[in-house]
Design a protein around this ligand. Structure first.
Ligand code: SAM
Length: 287
């Protein structure tokens, strides 16, 4: 029997990344996005960027590194490839129950004179999160007429934002237990060549503005604060410095009575300016 040690994967030698080049990429990615890639992510970087090398007929990662350094558009494309966009409708269901039963009634009461509410989904990926929020808000309020309801959804990935903006998904992406009336109220069913797809209804899509925003920016372009901020399963990709930056920016851009939702495995890393009010949901503390 042949010795298994003499077999290896079909990775062309020019498409392997040396430690030195990996270090250059991970440093560049960290500086531009706050995303932390340790040595264990070398395979991920290689496989995700290989298609960009192929597109340009570039023979090595060092050559591609030079291109990314000198071409801002390619830097954006590289970050599109590197970002992990895993998401789903009504992910962490308990957050949507809390949003409907506690947060929205509370915010509506606080804003009963102004009748204006601002919500931000930061790191919205392909849109399932902001659409789930919009649907939950609509359900909780029994419609939004008479209210100036502004929702912003941002991400670093222009590719994810394109999908988000289209509002078109595989039917299978909806949770199995999605009630039929809810489905009928907020989605259209694909027919013909779009069989098996669903489309978010226009009135839901029109509630949301999708924009590219890199959370690494020193300043965020908002003149007014948000009543509710969702930033779930985004900070897990960041280093400590970036986590602190993002949390301090959320503190600045959240209304005094506002709510901040983080992902199930994300913490406040000792930030005392927020106090927990529910499972990974926070309000500003009084200190
Ligand atoms: C795993 S998804 C989370 C999506 C959604 N919030 C959820 O919980 O289902 C993480 C998202 O964070 C985005 N992201 C990563 N780094 C970012 C940055 N520096 N600025 C803005 N978005 C970033 C990624 O592009 C990706 O779409």
């Amino acid at each position: 029997m042949a010795d298994l040690k003499s077999f290896d994967l079909f990775v062309p030698p020019e498409l392997s990344v040396s430690d030195e080049i990996f270090h250059l990429f991970s440093e560049l990615i960290n500086i531009t996005s706050g995303i932390k890639l340790d040595e264990r992510k070398k395979g991920l970087l290689t496989s995700r960027l290989a298609k960009r090398l192929k597109k340009f007929g570039i023979q090595s990662f060092s050559e591609y590194y030079k291109k990314v350094k000198s071409d801002n558009q390619e830097l954006v494309e590289m970050l599109n490839c590197i970002s992990t966009n895993t998401t789903k409708f009504f992910r962490e269901q308990y957050h949507f129950e809390y949003l409907k039963s506690k947060v929205i009634p509370d915010v509506i009461e606080i804003k009963s004179r102004e009748k204006a509410v601002r919500i931000w989904s930061a790191g919205c990926s392909t849109g399932e999160e902001p659409y789930s929020i919009a649907i939950a808000v609509h359900e909780a309020m029994g419609g939004i007429s008479g209210w100036n309801m502004k929702m912003l959804a941002t991400d670093i990935s222009t590719k994810a934002l394109d999908t988000a903006h289209s509002g078109i998904y595989e039917y299978e992406e909806l949770p199995d237990d999605t009630p039929l009336p809810l489905l009928g109220s907020y989605f259209l069913r694909g027919t013909g060549e779009h069989a098996g797809m669903i489309k978010v209804k226009d009135f839901v899509r029109d509630m949301i503005r999708f924009r590219r925003l890199n959370l690494k920016e020193r300043e965020y372009p908002f003149a007014k604060t948000f009543d509710i901020i969702f930033c779930r399963n985004v900070m897990i990709y960041f280093d400590e410095h970036m986590k602190r930056h993002v949390l301090s920016m959320f503190h600045r851009h959240l209304s005094d009575n506002g709510y901040l939702f983080l992902g199930h495995s994300e913490t406040m890393i000792g930030n005392e300016k927020f106090k927990p009010v529910y499972i990974t949901v926070y309000k500003k503390s009084d200190i």
